[in-house]
Design a protein around this ligand. Structure first.
Ligand SMILES: *[C@@H]1O[C@H](CO)[C@@H](O)[C@H](O)[C@H]1NC(C)=O
Ligand SMILES: *[C@@H]1O[C@H](CO)[C@@H](O)[C@H](O)[C@H]1NC(C)=O
Ligand SMILES: *[C@@H]1O[C@H](CO)[C@@H](O)[C@H](O)[C@H]1NC(C)=O
Ligand SMILES: *[C@@H]1O[C@H](CO)[C@@H](O)[C@H](O)[C@H]1NC(C)=O
Ligand SMILES: *[C@@H]1O[C@H](CO)[C@@H](O)[C@H](O)[C@H]1NC(C)=O
Length: 320
């Protein structure tokens, strides 16, 4: 082939690639009749102009997800300890098999500085493989401010300019013995405000009033502006010691925060055994089950919610 022919063909290829991308963008925005779809269309077309460093495949998948800026973005930080390798492995199965529609839910494991040589290898390998770990600048502690360090570190950790703002609409603090059903969580959040929100299972157990007193550590969620307030305000900084979830409620009260509150009881509850005033039987309308302290309780719960019913049939295995 002569060089001139080749460059002509190259131009023709780029032109048809461009036309194809514009077509994809049009498809992506076709059912959005809002004003911002025009903007989105422009952004989509621009961000997908061919350049040497991009592959066609990555461009297409990004284009087909261009509407995802409408998704609810949720960060779930599961506070745990570096040595809990098995627990993290298990929870990756639990959350890696849930993909709620119309939402971006990032589950991350959160702990303080590593202290042992083997952790430096094993945790680094986990990060290389899963990239779902946040190591805070703190020394492992209970009731001495790990929760504060978690929330107050987030605005800086996620403040890069190439992310949308807020990076997450909501931030949740979760427990490693809580089973969260992400689709139900997301559905419950859709109608709620995205500012000044404090959401969870209100303590004491019989209380149904989210303003009295605070949300249980099984899993509570706040809007991003509250994480920013925790970072900036003196009130949390000067009140770190004590049971972390209760102290969190004190910050909200003392700082006159969380005008919007949502009590997710009785979609969130403790495992039915032992029976207490904080539990009831498992039922379909469930967002979280807490106190899954052993494998039997986990298995019982996972079976109840039919989590493996979508296993695809295959000649490779048979599970009766
Ligand atoms: C292009 O594809 C190659 C191999 O599939 C991958 O290694 C590379 O990261 C991709 N580049 C971009 C910009 O996505
Ligand atoms: C686009 O969304 C699909 C499913 O919604 C997902 O599997 C895929 O990884 C996403 N692609 C990108 C680039 O985010
Ligand atoms: C945690 O580790 C970082 C980096 O290794 C160090 O600078 C920091 O002082 C440590 N923080 C605590 C509380 O030990
Ligand atoms: C992120 O936060 C740090 C510390 O607060 C600040 O120095 C930096 O400029 C911020 N970066 C962006 C992109 O906002
Ligand atoms: C699990 O599946 C069974 C059998 O199909 C069904 O009767 C039950 O309602 C399902 N449970 C839940 C919580 O969806």
């Amino acid at each position: 082939m002569k060089p001139s022919t080749r460059s002509l063909e190259g131009k023709r290829f780029i032109l048809s690639a461009l036309a194809f991308i514009l077509f994809l963008c049009a498809l992506a925005s076709i059912n959005e009749i809002r004003f911002d779809s025009l903007l989105k269309f422009g952004r989509c077309a621009l961000s997908n102009l061919p350049s040497q460093s991009h592959n066609a495949s990555s461009e297409i998948s990004a284009a087909s997800n261009s509407s995802s800026s409408d998704d609810i973005r949720i960060l779930i930080g599961i506070l745990t300890l570096p040595d809990q390798y098995q627990r993290r492995h298990f929870l990756r199965l639990i959350y890696g098999t849930q993909s709620p529609a119309g939402a971006q839910v990032d589950v991350k494991f959160v702990f303080c500085n590593l202290t042992k040589e083997d952790q430096k290898v094993l945790v680094a390998l986990e990060i290389m493989r899963y990239d779902d770990i946040i190591i805070l600048n703190c020394k492992e502690n209970m009731n001495k401010g790990k929760t504060y360090t978690f929330f107050s570190s987030l605005p800086e950790i996620f403040n890069s300019t190439d992310r949308p703002y807020p990076p997450y609409h909501y931030v949740m603090k979760g427990d490693d013995d809580t089973y969260l059903r992400l689709e139900n969580l997301v559905d419950s959040l859709r109608p709620l405000p995205r500012e000044d929100l404090y959401y969870g299972y209100v303590i004491p157990c019989p209380s149904m009033d989210p303003f009295v007193h605070y949300m249980s550590g099984m899993g509570y969620l706040v809007s991003w502006d509250i994480a920013e307030w925790i970072r900036e305000s003196e009130i949390p900084r000067n009140n770190l010691e004590g049971p972390e979830d209760k102290v969190f409620g004190d910050w909200m009260r003392d700082g006159h925060r969380a005008k919007n509150r949502y009590n997710a009881k009785w979609s969130m509850y403790n495992f039915p055994e032992p029976p207490t005033r904080c539990t009831h039987e498992l039922w379909p309308d469930t967002i979280a089950v807490h106190l899954l302290k052993n494998q039997d309780k986990w298995i019982h719960t996972l079976k109840y919610f039919n989590v493996t019913s979508n296993l695809k049939p295959s000649k490779l295995y048979h599970i009766p």
